[in-house]
Design a protein around this ligand. Structure first.
Ligand SMILES: *[C@@H]1O[C@H](CO)[C@@H](O)[C@H](O)[C@H]1NC(C)=O
Ligand SMILES: *[C@@H]1O[C@H](CO)[C@@H](O)[C@H](O)[C@H]1NC(C)=O
Length: 489
């Protein structure tokens, strides 16, 4: 019996990705245990995905990790709030490995998130194959391996501060990517970032894994995939080891076919989400969908500026917003948005706007009325958008989002930047918002971006079809796991 342990990073978007991977492996008849922080699993348990697992009798067990999710849940503070839970995850898995090895129920392999520490070493102790799963883009991992390798040999030295003038003025051209400002690299690369020290510990074990899995698909980042393979090939031949398999498996969610539910009878249904009703009431390819993920809260001033820009753009819009971070006590509900918006624009947006706290994102992006996605460029959101053919208006905030933005705009060319030259948590003006929407909806440049977004959707669909890159990679992975289980048995 092939048993796969999947270890998620205690960060909800990563947990969703790990859950999608679990589902795919279980659909191939494997037994999967998904380890994640209690708070994340609580949130996951309310996801309709789990109903589907039950119906299909998939063999997926959820295993709580009693780790410090409180630091995550308080939602305040800088990136430092993540480091301890990341370390605790690895230690908790070590304990499980110890327990289960004693009882004699070893997993066939362990697949852990790229950022989780210590699992590879612990698994090696019990002779269990331990692989890496990345919910980050391939280009990000290629950059990480390349830069860390040069740094470890003393051949390269990045500035210590991410937002120093030097980091903003100078450029780097990482493997398979276009020129980036140094400050566009993620905080992982800088000594003033909280992940710098822990990233040093991640690096060596990572170089020695045999299988690296990705949530993206090869056709979205063909050059980065190629370069990462070359980097690992060179490393393997220098150290006379086996070349690791680099397997892109995404998109990990099924791509729905176009919604056919456009007759009015259906739209009146009580179970239809307000977002979908709103989209149903607008023309095809007209609505600007705005969402910044779970970890970005705008200030009240920034919300106003955004809404002003959306107002003057004349397009209808659907906006997912959290409580403004400078108004923590405002118990913000959909109707309350009026209390923080400028009164002069309320009337003109009334019939063409909807504000919600949460939207069924895949349904929204696959709806024919959705014409653009103003996004923070988190990788899950990017994959959903490109797999559903919606052009992205890129507004990055932190982590690796600036690198993602460059890839979307310069390489994949399925995006326009909301505010060229933006740096972390920079202010975006109403003019920026209006300008990028106008360019996308009313210029030949915008039309070309939209056409390429539709082509990218076709490539994503092809990757998942029989003989497509991702479905072939999934086959290889399942065969590999089965062959290991057969040896064990
Ligand atoms: C953003 O607002 C939501 C809802 O009020 C809150 O739960 C969350 O902790 C906040 N996140 C950040 C990063 O401030
Ligand atoms: C997939 O590849 C196999 C072997 O080359 C071929 O026989 C089969 O027809 C292909 N299937 C599709 C859907 O292209």
């Amino acid at each position: 019996m092939a048993i796969v342990w999947i270890v998620a990073l205690p960060f909800f978007s990563h947990v969703v990705c790990a859950a999608q991977l679990s589902e795919l492996l279980a659909k191939h008849g494997l037994s999967v245990t998904l380890f994640a922080a209690t708070a994340d699993l609580q949130q996951l348990r309310s996801n309709p995905m789990l109903e589907k697992w039950k119906e299909q009798r998939l063999d997926i067990n959820l295993q709580d990790l009693d780790i410090n999710s409180a630091i995550l849940a308080d939602g305040v503070g800088d990136l430092r709030r993540f480091t301890e839970p990341f370390l605790q995850t690895g230690r908790a898995i070590e304990e499980f490995l110890k327990k289960d090895s004693v009882r004699g129920v070893k997993p066939t392999c362990v697949i852990s998130d790229f950022m989780v520490h210590g699992v590879h070493d612990a698994a090696a102790e019990y002779k269990i194959p331990s692989w890496t799963f990345s919910a980050f883009p391939v280009g990000y991992i290629a950059t990480y391996v390349y830069v860390k390798q040069l740094e470890s040999k003393g051949l390269m030295q990045l500035p210590h501060e991410r937002l120093s003038q030097l980091s903003q003025d100078e450029f780097i051209s990482p493997p398979g990517q276009t020129l980036l400002r140094i400050c566009d690299l993620s905080p992982l690369f800088f000594r003033d970032g909280p992940f710098y020290q822990s990233a040093l510990q991640l690096f060596q074990p990572f170089l020695n894994v045999d299988v690296i899995l990705f949530s993206g698909f090869e056709e979205f980042e063909p050059r980065a995939v190629n370069e990462l393979r070359r980097i690992f090939k060179a490393h393997a031949s220098r150290n006379s080891k086996q070349i690791p398999q680099i397997l892109t498996l995404g998109p990990l969610f099924p791509i729905p076919s176009y919604s056919k539910r456009s007759n009015l009878g259906d739209t009146q249904g009580a179970d239809v989400h307000p977002c979908i009703k709103f989209l149903d009431s607008h023309p095809p390819t007209s609505v600007v969908y705005v969402a910044f993920g779970t970890d970005v809260n705008l200030s009240q001033e920034q919300i106003r500026e955004l809404v002003f820009g959306l107002e003057t753009s004349q397009q209808p819009f659907l906006c997912v917003l959290n409580t403004p971070k400078d108004y923590p006590n405002l118990n913000f509900e959909v109707e309350d948005i009026t209390s923080i918006l400028p009164p002069e624009c309320l009337e003109s947006i009334q019939s063409r706007s909807l504000f919600v706290k949460w939207a069924p994102q895949q349904e929204v992006l696959s709806h024919p009325s959705t014409g653009a996605f103003i996004s923070h460029c988190g990788f899950n959101s990017i994959l959903e958008s490109v797999s559903l053919g919606v052009p992205i208006l890129a507004w990055p905030f932190k982590f690796e989002q600036f690198m993602n933005c460059r890839h979307l705009v310069d390489m994949a060319q399925v995006s326009l930047e909301v505010c060229p030259g933006l740096i972390s948590d920079g202010f975006v003006t109403r003019g920026d918002v209006e300008r990028c929407i106008n360019t996308l909806f009313r210029s030949s440049e915008g039309t070309a971006v939209r056409e390429r977004a539709v082509q990218m959707k076709q490539r994503a669909e092809a990757a998942l079809r029989e003989n497509g890159s991702s479905s072939e990679n999934m086959k290889k992975l399942v065969e590999l796991i089965r062959s290991l289980a057969a040896v064990d048995a």
